[in-house]
Design a protein around this ligand. Structure first.
Ligand code: 5SP
Length: 216
């Protein structure tokens, strides 16, 4: 079994000092950078656009995991590909072109991911599991950092892990929202491979937090 990966969410970073915070995450041995793109429509919060992802690409070689929490992502997929995303993650709740988008991402040599909101059943993405490298389960109410982990998520991780085993698939299960030592351990036990964490990492010494998460 591969080791658990830790993907800090820069939603909890200081937006006026993003480069400084990215350097701190590099020094703390983060595995990825998780970048939540929010448009104020698909979720109520607003964050960045492709030009910020490109700017981040210029200052780090950490893999960029770009989570598109935007309406109709098909409008902007090429821009996020050009910006240097390493993993591009889209939601079925935001588009009627999910498989087409995932295939397009993969044809460009970029890893493709699908994400579902807490209330969206795992069954919604069954038709694209064989296409994706990553399935991200939102484990809290979406849009903001600091929301609590919801126990319902454990059932969803278990269900997804079962489907993965039954069909001999290789996608990673990533959990995102309210992740700390306790919820990270529960998630890992249910089958998660990647932990996204914002407030847990940014509210304490980063390398300690990342190490603790990696070893839950
Ligand atoms: O996508 C989201 C929120 O919608 C997350 O990526 C948050 O950034 C996670 O933050 P914490 O719950 O770990 O503070």
């Amino acid at each position: 079994m591969n080791r658990l990966l830790v993907s800090p969410s820069i939603l909890s970073a200081d937006f006026l000092n993003l480069e400084r915070d990215i350097r701190r995450l590099e020094q703390a041995n983060a595995d990825h950078l998780h970048i939540d793109i929010m448009d104020g429509v698909f979720v109520t919060n607003t964050t960045w656009g492709p030009s910020t992802v490109a700017a981040i690409r210029n200052v780090t070689s950490l893999p960029l995991e770009v989570h598109l929490m935007i309406d109709k992502p098909e409008r902007l997929i090429d821009e996020y590909l050009r910006a240097g995303s390493d993993i591009l993650i889209v939601h079925p709740e935001s588009t009627v072109f999910l498989r087409k988008i995932l295939l397009h991402i993969k044809r460009q040599g970029v890893k493709a991911g699908v994400a579902i909101k807490l209330e969206t059943p795992v069954e919604t993405i069954i038709h694209c599991l064989e296409l994706v490298d990553v399935v991200l389960l939102l484990t809290c109410d979406e849009g903001f950092g600091g929301n609590p982990f919801q126990p319902l998520a454990i059932k969803k991780i278990t269900r997804l892990d079962r489907l993965r085993k039954d069909d001999n698939l290789e996608f990673k299960i990533e959990v995102d929202g309210g992740i700390n030592i306790e919820t990270g351990r529960l998630s890992k036990g249910a089958g998660a491979n990647i932990l996204v964490a914002g407030s847990y990492i940014f509210n304490q010494e980063m390398s300690t937090a990342i190490n603790l998460l990696r070893n839950v």
